[in-house]
Design a protein around this ligand. Structure first.
Ligand SMILES: [Zn+2]
Length: 230
């Protein structure tokens, strides 16, 4: 599934054709430079890069592991996805959900120098938002049919970092996109929980009676999202 676009596995490199007598490749700070005699054609250079592809990719990967130790995996619907970061000569970041539970994020080259932590977080936030956008209507409809009530309005909105969802003024429900980290049954539970807040402001006895009918195992779910507000 492609979220910000699709790319193929191409090595980008710069060619340095000054006064070299030999051809050689360096990979420094994740950047590939081909040093070649002036008379070498770009075809010849390209074929050398191709020949050394595995070595170059392993060097790049080594560097990337070292610069992005912070975000190594994220959860979507309760499943762990490994985050792989690449740098290319592009203007805006791209993010792809790959097979085998991998997320590939491609960043513009400048983030190698300025650090990638913030931009990675932004990419991942945006990913949760897009997933929430495609999933939330169905979940809302399922819970509406289950409980026979509905909010006047609902939307996906970035909330405080400890808030998964909230019900405002007994009629509007906000869903934090980060809720998409959790298993579907937990997402449904949190949404249903907010629906019950349409009727009961507090977590009173009747509030839980209303939930328990459809979520007999709600205590188990609440344990998994302990510490969050909703
Ligand atoms: Zn609540």
């Amino acid at each position: 599934m492609s979220i910000f676009g699709k790319r193929n596995n191409v090595i980008t490199y710069t060619v340095n054709k000054a006064v070299n007598k030999d051809i050689y490749i360096t990979v420094q700070n994740g950047e590939v430079v081909v040093n070649a005699p002036w008379y070498f054609t770009s075809n010849k250079i390209q074929s050398l890069v191709q020949e050394k592809k595995n070595w170059i990719l392993s060097k790049i990967e080594e560097y990337e592991k070292q610069v992005s130790p912070n975000i190594q995996s994220v959860k979507i619907f309760g499943k762990n996805y490994d985050v792989k970061v690449l740098y290319e000569n592009i203007k805006t970041p791209e993010l792809n959900l790959e097979e085998n539970y991998q997320i590939k994020i491609i960043l513009p080259l400048k983030y190698k120098k300025v650090g990638n932590e913030q931009i990675l977080k932004m990419c991942i936030d945006k990913m949760y938002e897009q997933i929430a956008n495609t999933e939330i209507d169905n979940i809302m409809e399922k819970i509406r049919l289950m409980l026979g009530i509905a909010p006047e309005e609902y939307s996906i909105k970035k909330l405080e970092s400890n808030e998964l969802a909230k019900c405002v003024a007994g009629k509007i429900i906000y869903i934090n996109p980060e809720l998409m980290k959790y298993k579907r049954e937990i997402i449904e539970y949190v949404v249903a929980h907010e629906f019950c807040h349409l009727k009961y402001k507090t977590h009173c006895k009747s509030f839980y009676e209303m939930l328990e009918t459809n979520f007999a195992e709600y205590k188990k779910y609440e344990k998994e999202i302990e510490g969050y507000e909703y």
